[in-house]
Design a protein around this ligand. Structure first.
Ligand SMILES: Nc1ncnc2c1ncn2[C@@H]1O[C@H](COP(=O)(O)OP(=O)(O)OP(=O)(O)O)[C@@H](O)[C@H]1O
Ligand SMILES: [Mg+2]
Length: 205
């Protein structure tokens, strides 16, 4: 079997983790070997950086410096987890990847976007397929508020910010239409999963 590198992107609460868990179950049923991982994080070193980056009231760095930290974490993750898994012919499922940096940091600074793209050319690997779970931020907000978590990102950033994020993800998807598949997230988890499974089967063929 040939390896496939799959990433999931989309605004907070759109259903990435839900779909990743369903996909992992699907692969397990098919007895395919896969690695499930996430960003920021995925390695011990990257998790150390994640802790710093997701710390509340983290105004210590400029968005450019923050981006360099994200890229350092990504380098560690690519080196230690993603590349070895691909070389091992495993399927890699990654919860957020490079597109999130372009959206979240790139939206705040064109310089940060440029920095991340230059570094990514040197250290990164593009996924074979990226699922952008697209949905109305209001619905994602309702879902997120119903979820038990100690993070309150929606309340920190607000609905308008989520709308901008959504648009920014859609813009990237237009530029990379060969790689990024837009999935309508306003459906049941099973309906969304069925479309994702179908896309992967088409890709493998
Ligand atoms: N298709 C769906 N229909 C209804 N509810 C859903 C659907 N998908 C996920 N949910 C619920 O919405 C909430 C957010 O989903 P999930 O945690 O998978 O999103 P996420 O994209 O991983 O969010 P985050 O970016 O915050 O990690 C969860 O409570 C989940 O059970
Ligand atoms: Mg999640």
């Amino acid at each position: 079997m040939k390896s496939i590198f799959i990433s999931f992107e989309g605004i907070d609460g759109c259903g990435k983790t839900t779909q990743i868990n369903l996909l992992a179950k699907h692969f397990a049923k098919q007895k395919k070997s896969f690695v499930k991982t996430e960003e920021p994080g995925g390695t011990e070193g990257a998790n150390e950086i994640r802790k710093i980056l997701l710390r509340e009231n983290n105004f210590q760095w400029s968005v450019e410096s923050e981006t360099l930290l994200f890229m350092a974490a990504r380098n560690d993750h690519v080196e230690k987890v993603i590349k070895p898994a691909i070389e091992d012919n495993k399927i890699v499922i990654c919860d957020r990847f490079m597109d999130s940096t372009i959206v979240y940091q790139g939206m705040r600074s064109p310089q940060a976007k440029k920095l991340s793209l230059i570094l990514f050319e040197l250290i990164g690997i593009y996924p074979d397929i990226t699922f952008l779970i697209d949905m109305d931020p209001e619905i994602a907000l309702d879902r997120a508020l119903n979820r038990v978590t100690d993070e309150d990102r929606f309340e920190n950033y607000g609905i308008n910010f989520q709308r901008q994020l959504r648009q920014s993800f859609l813009d990237i998807a237009k530029t990379h239409s060969d790689r990024i598949k837009i999935i309508d997230g306003n459906r049941s988890p099973q309906q969304v999963a069925a479309q994702i499974n179908e896309s992967i089967e088409t890709l493998v063929k």
